[in-house]
Each structure stands twice: as structure tokens, then as C-alpha cells.
Design a protein around this ligand. Sequence first.
Ligand code: IPT
Length: 456
Amino acid sequence: APPKPVGPVPNARQIEWYHREIIAFFHFGMNTFTNDNEGDGTANPEVFNPAALDCNQWTSVLKRAGITTGILVAKHADGFCNWPTKHSNYSVKNSSWKEGKGDVVREFTDACKKAGIKAAIYLGPHDRHDSRYGTDDYSDYYASQLSELLRNYGPIWEIWWDGAGADKLTTSHYTRWADTVRRHQPQCVIFGTKNSYRFADCRWVGNESGFSGDPCWSTINPFSIRDESSHIQELNHGEINGQAYIPAEVDVSIRPSWFYHPEEDKRVKTVTELWDIYFNSVGRNSVLLLNYAPNKEGLISSVDAQRTDSLRYLINATFQNNLASKASVKAMHPRGEKYKPTNLIDGTENTYYASAEGFSTDTLTFNLGSPQVFDVLMLQEVIELGQRTTRWSVDYSINGKKWTPIPEATDKQSIGYKWLVRFKPVRAKYVRLRITEGQASAALHTFGVYKQPITK
Ligand code: IPT
């Protein structure tokens, strides 16, 4: 019989969300033109005027980087709307861009559709332009804008509720807005913060620097999301016995700021920095939300694009070859033929390995056939069955008798959708995974060992 799920489990939106692994943010708006990050909402709409906006260029950057989802900032806290909303005059329709006939949300969603990329929207809950901010009238205004965006631009994959400056907004505001989201787009993921904690499909990770905690559990007590300033550690690590399944989405910008500033052209994150961020987010059971800052022209600068090309090269070059894919595998407590140990290395998600009922510990020994050199390992749990394994270690051996621990992979805790570990290259014919603690019998999709094309 298959293992029974344990604890909170993901909904369909969250399962789909995890599989994206890396998604992109686009901060482009009034701040781009005023060289600001947090405009006060008084900038003249005429100032918004991208000379060469080309969202197809943005999506081509994503395609090259293997990123399949993009979130556009439609309205940031300065209140300026990137689409010709019916509900405000502070928008592109009063800008000099395309004589007021332009619509960034339209160009973005069309480009995404053409490129096979999922489109998503950041609609800033905080608003410094609109004097109704925080009142019931503002609630109507925000709900109308949400409906406009969710009804007129095709499927919207995620709605992003930034908690920045949003303390005035109550759970009842968000209850109404969440109803709007669910009514128009039931599949839409909600990034929830502060008082939108009840509706969150994914949570903030507690920093904007690109790292999840180690361990990082998919579960958390939702109140930790609400009261974030006293729960930064919980946001970062999750809570193993948390009541709700709300995994972390790691938002970080490829530049020091979220919006474009020419003076930051030389401070774009290096490939080495991005590689660290990848391991510290995707490699820690989280989704990476990487921000691009299109410039005043309306284009992503080539250096930013090249950096994510290189990140993609590193990901593909590292993970294309699981050096354990042809191993023979022995398990201490196998569950049976359907859940056999070689399911760990077959490279598909249709199968998984499971330990026998009643065993929350296990040992899996891989004979690689000949000595191999590797410096990365990957584990993937069957997330639909909950957070099962809670402590594990990996050792290696040249003869299968004398074992050496990999220090970086000793006494690890969470696994979840994906857990990656980097270490000094080791040479081994045998490698073994020891599951030393669990809330239930292990259920794992993947065990892999890999060699990075470069070492730092
Ligand atoms: C921080 C918010 O408080 C949090 O809710 C989330 O939206 C986060 O931003 C996104 O990065 S505020 C920030 C200045 C740390």
C-alpha cells in the first residue's frame, strides 16, 4: 500500500508553484523614471515614457535563462498604474508614452503568452498616491483594480501582496480581495504577508538577500506570517510542526535596488553570487523569485541578461548528469517492488522510493560501479505526502566498507521539494544516504550526485 500523507500537504497551486523553481520579477514603473525606489506618489504621470519598451525582449531573456514565469509590478506603492485602469487617473493614460494609449500590463501579458511564459501580477496593497488608502473606499478601489487585472488579461499565475507599508490593511480587506482572486482565477497563487496571512499559498522568507534557512520547512504557523517582525526566524526556516503548508518564495533583486538606476550598472550580481543564491533558495526547498529592473528605455540591460544566461548554463551543466543514475541501490527497509530503490535515480517524477510502513529510519547504499568525483548532491521528497524525513546524512566510501561523512551533508534536516548540498569534491565508488529521523516512513523521488563545471 502507498504511504499515507503526514501533516499538512500542499494544494494543487503549491505543487505547480514548486515546479517552477525560479520565477522572475519585473520592477518597472514611475520609480524607473524618477530614479527612485519608493516614490511618494506625487510624480507627474507625464514623466513615464519608455522610449523602446519591448516586453518580448524581457521574455526572451527569461527563455534563455530557462525561467517560465514572470511577475510584473502593475502598481507600486507610489500608486502609478502601468495599465489604463478605469478606476484612477494616475496611470499610463495620462503619461506622454504612446500619447496615453499604452498599456504595460497588456504588452507584458501578450509577450508572455507568445513565449509560453506564465504571467503574474504585483498590485501594491500600499498606496501613497491615493488618499483613500486604508479606508473602505480604498478597499473598493483595490478590489475593482484586481477584477480589472484578473478579468481582462488572461490567466494570472500569481498575485503578490507585498507587506511593505501595508500595516493599515486588515484581514477583512484581504478577505474581500482574496474572494475576488478566487472568484476570477481559482488557480492563482497568492503570495501573502502580514494580514493576508490566511490566504497565503506561499510566504516571505524573512529577507531580501536571497536565502532560505537551513533547515527550511514548508510548514509554518500562519501567525508567524502575520506578526513578521517578531518571527523572522520562523519565516526563514518554517516551523516543523506548523499548522499550515505555506512554503517560502525568496525575493531578491539581481541589482542592489528593485528598480533600475544607471549608477548600479556595475553592481549587477555576479554569476558566483547567483549560483550561491540558487543553492540557498531552490536548493533549500523554496522557490527563487529573481528581480530584473528594466531601464528607462523599457529594456533589460545586457549585463543582467548575460548573468542569468550563465546561471542557466551552470544549472544545466551541473544537473544534466546524475553520476548515480546507473548505480545499483540497496535499501535497508524497502517497501516493495512498486517503491523500489532504483526509483530514486530513474529521473522521473512518476515513481518514488518509499520505506516500509513503521520504519522512519532507513539506509540507502548506492554502488556507482566505478569511482566518481562529485561535489553536489540532490534529494527530493514526495511533497504530496507531507514533510516526512526530518534528519539525514550522506557518507561516501571507496570500498563499501570504510565510510567517510560529507561534513556539509551531515545531520541535515528538511528535504521537501528539493534539497541541494555543495561540498569539496569527493571521489567515491559508494555513497549512502542515512535517514536517521522522520515523522513517517521516507518517500523520496530523487537521490543524485553531480559535479559542477567550475569550482569556486
Ligand atoms: C517586506 C514586507 O514587510 C514583507 O511582508 C514582504 O512583502 C517583503 O518586504 C518582500 O520583500 S518590507 C522590506 C523592506 C523588507
